[in-house]
Design a protein around this ligand. Sequence first.
Ligand SMILES: Nc1ncnc2c1ncn2[C@@H]1O[C@H](COP(=O)(O)OP(=O)(O)OP(=O)(O)O)[C@@H](O)[C@H]1O
Ligand SMILES: [Mg+2]
Length: 443
Amino acid sequence: MSKLLLVDDETAFLRLAKAWLEKQGHTVVTATDVGAARETFRIERPDLVLLDLVMPPERTPEAGLSLVPIFAGVPVIVLTAHTDHVLALRAVDQGAWDFLAKPVEPDLLRFAVARALAKRALEKEIAALRKALPADDGIVGSSPAIQRVRDMIRRAGPANLPVIVLGPSGTGKELVARALHKASPRCDGPFIPVHCGAIPADLLESELFGHLKGSFTGAHQDREGLIAAADGGTLFLDEVGEMPAAMQVKLLRFLQERTYTPVGSRQEMFADVRVISATHRDLESMIAGGTFREDFFYRLKGLILRCPPLAERREDIAILASRFAVEIGARRSLRLTPDALAWLCEQNWQGNVRELKAVVTTAIALAEGDEITATDLAFARTGDPATMEKAATGKLSEAVAALERQMIADALTRTGNNHSAAARILGLSRVGLIKMMTRLGLR
Ligand SMILES: Nc1ncnc2c1ncn2[C@@H]1O[C@H](COP(=O)(O)OP(=O)(O)OP(=O)(O)O)[C@@H](O)[C@H]1O
Ligand SMILES: [Mg+2]
């Protein structure tokens, strides 16, 4: 049984429509103004909203229109006067699912309600499928290089080993560290990042170990350190290459014994912490140059995990960019055009995924329509439309195929390899999906 929210200020219409819809087997709740509509929506959580746009107190369509985004996630059918096509289209633009002209034809209403409820049911099913999945580690890509990273996370995550994550800036080192934590038995414990380069050297010790009140000027209270906060979980030493030498020595004991002494205290403490560290620096040459302690390095290094630069996995560029467009575009249905994808694949991304994400974000912020073109991206990257070089299309089909492969793989994982359900998520028929898989060599 479905619950419908009917919003209209004409009580006569409300009464009639409510009775009629109830006869069709629906539960109906009503509201006669904007405030009540919001409140009823919040409390009743309906499956569908029927909304008259012109309502008190203002009696302008603006108030009704402003409700449409608030009802996000639930299909909204807008009711407007016969003549008001422009208004109806504006509502659809705001996210409304359908519109009907008043006076409403019962058959049309029945059909529109059934169609909207079917969409709602499908969305609920997809949401349930998503929830049933193992937590997503957020790592996007299907290149062999990123597959190796995933494989390492799968194997090293559950082991209690310390790990050093190496890789150039913006390659996803923090993302990988979090994924290692999530893949470990400590996943319900805390994940505590420490930005070793950002904390002044003289504060780092008390930040990590904590301190007692009065142990130094400004220590007005006892304070627990980040190591204590990470007890039972993972401590992430980010930019560990910036760790001052004196602090490296102080951490050695903790890395060996898991014991430490807060600043100003004599009492030894213990914390059950797994240490993951990361840096974009070349630690081995730092060791050779005497700026990074070798003994410290060996305590951090149970395993070295390298995050590949984007240049070594160019086939992931299109899928990364498309994901970012969906994530960042949120409720807008934004699309990167094929020439945009081709252009992205041709660029050198010195700043790796971080830079790619930043360019897509800027392009989306500047976009006026729902398509992002190569020109938009070139402008977002350089601020200069003239630098846009003609995108070669050679890589295009490759990029699109990689994208399709990834989408199919995701849908199949989500549905536990159920082809019919995966096809539905992708908006394809089952046969259509199978044809596509055959074309992409996935069968
Ligand atoms: N494989 C990936 N899939 C999805 N998003 C990614 C991937 N790699 C990186 N990102 C995203 O790129 C951004 C940068 O990633 P992250 O902060 O983990 O990089 P980093 O290696 O720690 O960079 P830095 O050295 O600059 O600190 C983040 O927004 C992250 O979510
Ligand atoms: Mg980082």
